[in-house]
Each structure stands twice: as C-alpha cells, then as structure tokens.
Write a new protein. Structure first.
Length: 208
C-alpha cells in the first residue's frame, strides 16, 4: 500500500489518499480543493474506490462534492453518529468553508470493530469519540499505520469544546490508542506524521 498526504483548505486538513497495487484508492477526509485531489488521482492513474470521513466537520468534507462529480457513483462513508453534520447549516465557516451539500452517495456504516474493505485495501475501524460523537480512526495493522482524524495529533489532541465534544470520552479514546504498538505510524487530521510511541512519551494528553 502506498499513500499521499495532501493538506487542503485554509485550515490545512490532511487529506490522505491510499492505494493498492491494483491502482484502486481510498480518499480519506477530502477537506477542500477537490479538484487537486482529482488531479493527483489522474496523474497516478488511480481509480477511487471509496471516500472515508473520520468525522463530519466542515474542514474535512469540503472536497466531497467535486469528487462525486468527477466519479459518479463514488460512495462516501461516515459513522452514523456524525451523519447529522453533513449538510447542516451550522457546519460551515464562510467564506473559507461555505456550506456544502450532503453527499449524494452517503453510507453511514463506519462502526467500531468493523473491517472496511474496498479496492484491495482493508482497515479496521476504531470508534474514538471525544472530538465528535462519531469520530473514528482508520487502522491498517499490517502496515503499522493509523489515520486518527482530529482525535490524536502530534503533541496534542482534538478540541472538545465543539457540539458533541467530550473530554472524558477523548481521554478514553486516547488511552485506547496508546495500547497500539509503539511503532504504529500516525497520520493525524492536521499537522505532522508521528508514532504511537512518540506520543506515549511526549504528548501530555496521552503519556502513560
């Protein structure tokens, strides 16, 4: 499996594109600039198999509509708990992040413990509430890789003062992530790549 990180939008949310040897790709959190994502996919002759959203906030979903337009029938996957955010009038920050329409091919199936498979890739879904009720992490244990959205950052964690946020739930989610192998590489929703081991040693929200 190969992957590419694309920080997109005014807040530079990390869109992660992952692809298999067959050229089938997942797009995780296309936050803005969908045309840039399409351009990258075409430059590598990649065929998108799925869009996955770690949570529903505006800075992680803004490029979905452009991807749907470029690839009719492409499905967007999210947790049931965060479905309400998509298309909600308050889930925007104009002018940088105008209100986006609800995805046309939405599937609310990302649940704790499930194996998500598409296009020759497979990941385990971990429910990690705290930033939002329906936040999830996408874990590739065979590749020692996890995509943590806005749950875990290098040296920090996601905010819990937005609607649906809960610091007690965040602590529990971070404690669960701390149990992963220390060599597990972490691609967060914003900022630099890190590892579980580095965060256990140096992140004040996660040190054990």
């Amino acid at each position: 499996m190969e992957w590419k990180i694309m920080p997109l939008g005014a807040i530079e949310a990390n869109c992660i594109i992952l692809w298999s040897k067959s050229g089938d790709a997942w797009i995780v959190d296309p936050g803005e600039e969908g045309a840039c994502v399409v351009s990258f996919l075409k430059s590598r002759s990649l065929k998108p198999a799925a869009i996955l959203l770690t949570h529903g906030h505006f800075d992680h979903i803004g490029g979905v509509a452009e991807l749907e337009a470029a690839y009719p029938g492409l499905k967007t996957h999210i947790s049931r708990q965060d479905e309400i955010m998509l298309g909600h009038p308050q889930n925007s920050w104009p002018p940088a992040y105008p209100l986006r329409p609800r995805p046309g091919n939405l599937v609310c199936d990302l649940e704790d413990g499930m194996k998500f498979s598409a296009g020759g890739l497979e990941a385990s879904i971990m429910a990690t509430p705290g930033h939002t009720k329906g936040s999830v992490c996408i874990h590739f244990p065979d590749d020692n890789l996890i995509l943590t959205g806005d749950t875990l950052f290098a040296g920090s964690c996601g905010r819990t003062d937005f609607p649906g946020g809960d610091m007690n739930e965040m602590r529990a989610s971070l404690a669960r992530l701390a149990l992963l192998p220390p060599e597990t590489e972490v691609i967060a929703g914003h900022g630099a790549v890190t590892t579980i081991g580095d965060e256990r040693r140096g992140n004040p929200f996660m040190s054990v």
